[in-house]
Design a protein around this ligand. Structure first.
Ligand code: GLC
Length: 568
């Protein structure tokens, strides 16, 4: 009898573990129907700055491979590598000149294959960054397109006549400054570029472009890449009639008139392409992350697709715009995310935004704030994406003068826009020269706090930000309630402390976050959350002084976090 039960159990478990996907392949899901990325922790590695294996001052793929032990020990399940393809590096790789190769400065295809294989041994997946909106102006497609008005590739980009002599086709501006149109004297037309002039926009209305780009995605999936982060998806389409964007008051950081970008951003056709990309991803069981800048949760929702047939992981980048830790602000946002449905994807930093340590730090409690905010985004329902260095409290190191700036927008917009160098400095591995990133001259100077905030020093300190990250990520693996538990707020009116539980069946994990600079005593009434006589045992706390057992209340130090197990 028991053998039959075991056999039936095995069969059911096996059926639950695999489900068919388009293309007849099988993809793994767990007993609750979750795919691997649902509970995964993603880590964004900016390859120029992560680890330099050949000491030329620029990080590389072999550098990433050499740090897989570190990443596995941290609790990372997938690495998203920002573009490492051949590129003139005008936008540090976001200007791709060959989609199907590796830039020699980062290594070779063989190095990528080795990274894929070694990462697999560490149970880590590799996600590449796909830049669909534009190529480099040195890409062979653009060189061909530019060669004559009758080139077979002419229509692969957006070419138009000017409105009149020396007048671009319309008033669209580049987000990196100036008109979005560049005149080509040889053929007498303008081409469109939403980013730098060296990044001409592809014409996604041309089916040949669609096919070429989808084939590129297949090329990488076949090599073992587990998915893509899709760059700048909002800007894939433009109004074919090129209507002027309505003017808005004032000027942008580059001194150009503001406009409401309704005719060159977020056009509905974007969703057709997201669906096409998803279909291809499904052929390979791959996952798509989106660079989805949205103003609210309803807008973000659209990127999942009406039938969940677009991006599995549109990034929620909205928290990056919250100026400081604030219990009401974060609580309100999380509630909106929770009621919208969908699988959340939380991000607090990336290579385009001031680091969270600097953005949210108050100059007094920076380490405590870093821990508190980590305890928030890593314990919420959903997938989290860490930006390299967040786990050690790296801070921005902005250029001190215009001459020091490497990112072209910083030179163009100085001093209002200092560019993005500050958040892209070398990973701080140790307190050795250049933070142990390279024995050469690093392409950007290391951040000022590297002597104290680095992997080696923090590994040795039980109360470091790094060890707190490791502990939380361990709890994400160990506590089913942190993976699948329902999110329930427990102190909706508190303007200083944000507290919630993640409840699953008869147990829960309680998260209490003091987002204020003063200490507070928070009543722990968990009856409404289903625990009238809760037993509360602390699993992790940002402050070493925290008591390990709690009953009716918890005393929270300024900017502090407590994560505790709740049982009946
Ligand atoms: C995205 C990238 C950014 C890049 C831009 C143009 O916003 O994250 O770094 O400059 O797209 O590709």
């Amino acid at each position: 009898m028991s053998r039959i039960l075991i056999a039936v159990g095995w069969l059911v478990a096996t059926m639950c573990a695999f489900s068919p996907v388009a293309g007849g392949q099988l993809k793994k899901v767990d007993a609750e129907g979750h795919e691997w990325w649902h509970h995964a922790v993603f880590y964004e590695a900016y390859p120029r700055s992560f680890a330099d294996s050949n000491n030329d001052g620029v990080g590389d793929l072999n550098g990433i491979t050499s740090k897989l032990d570190y990443l596995e020990h941290l609790g990372v399940n997938a690495i998203w590598i920002t573009p490492c393809f051949p590129s003139p590096q005008v936008d540090f790789g976001y200007d791709v000149s060959d989609y199907e190769n590796i830039d020699p400065m980062y290594g070779t295809l063989a190095d990528l294959d080795r990274l894929l294989a070694e990462a697999k041994n560490h149970n880590i997946k590799i996600i590449l960054d796909f830049v669909p909106n534009h190529t480099s102006d040195q890409h062979k497609w653009f060189l061909e397109s530019k060669s004559s008005r009758t080139s077979p590739k002419r229509d692969w980009y957006i070419w138009r006549d000017g409105k009149g002599p020396n007048q671009p086709p319309n008033n669209w501006t580049s987000t990196f400054g100036g008109s979005a149109w560049k005149y080509d004297p040889a053929t007498g037309q303008y081409y469109y570029h939403y980013f730098y002039a060296e990044q001409p926009d592809l014409n996604w209305r041309n089916p040949e472009v669609v096919k070429a780009m989808l084939d590129t995605m297949r090329f990488w999936y076949k090599r073992g890449v587990a998915g893509f982060r899709l760059d700048a998806v909002d800007t894939l389409f433009e109004d074919p009639d090129l209507k002027d964007n309505p003017p808005l008051p004032g000027n942008d950081k580059f001194g150009f008139p503001n406009t409401h970008e309704i005719y060159n951003k977020k056009l509905p056709e974007v969703h057709d392409i997201m669906r096409a990309m998803r279909k291809v991803a499904d052929e390979y069981g791959a996952v798509l992350l989106g660079e989805t800048w949205t103003q609210n949760v309803a807008q973000l929702r659209e990127y999942y697709g009406e039938r969940n047939d677009e991006l599995q992981m549109p990034m929620d980048l909205m928290m990056t715009e919250f100026k400081q830790p604030s219990a009401p602000v974060f609580r309100e946002h999380i509630s909106a995310v929770e009621s919208a449905g969908g699988w959340p994807v939380f991000v607090i930093s990336n290579h385009d935004i001031v680091r969270s340590y600097t953005r949210w730090g108050d100059g007094v409690h920076n380490d405590d704030i870093a821990k508190t905010m980590a305890a928030m985004y890593l314990t919420l329902r959903g997938t989290s994406i860490l930006y390299y260095g967040e786990e050690i409290g790296m801070e921005n190191n902005d250029p001190k003068s215009k001459d020091d700036v490497r990112d072209p927008i910083g030179r163009r917009g100085w001093p209002l826009e200092k560019g993005r160098d500050g958040e892209r400095t070398p990973m701080q591995w140790s307190d050795a020269p250049n933070a142990g990133f390279t024995q050469g001259t690093p392409w950007l100077p290391v951040g000022p706090n590297f002597k104290t905030h680095n992997v080696a020093t923090e590994t040795a300190d039980p109360n470091s930000i790094l060890n707190f990250y490791r502990r939380i990520l361990e709890l994400r693996r160990e506590e089913p309630a942190l993976r699948d538990g329902k999110y329930v707020t427990i102190n909706p009116g508190d303007s200083n402390v944000f507290a919630f539980v993640r409840r699953l069946k008869g147990e829960a994990v309680l998260v209490v976050l003091n987002m204020s600079p003063t200490s507070h005593t928070v009543p722990l009434d968990l009856a409404k959350a289903g625990f009238p006589a809760a037993k509360i045992h602390v699993l992790a706390a940002s402050s070493p002084q925290q008591a390990t057992t709690l009953s009716r209340q918890v005393v929270m130090a300024p900017f502090s976090a407590v994560i505790a197990k709740v049982t009946k």
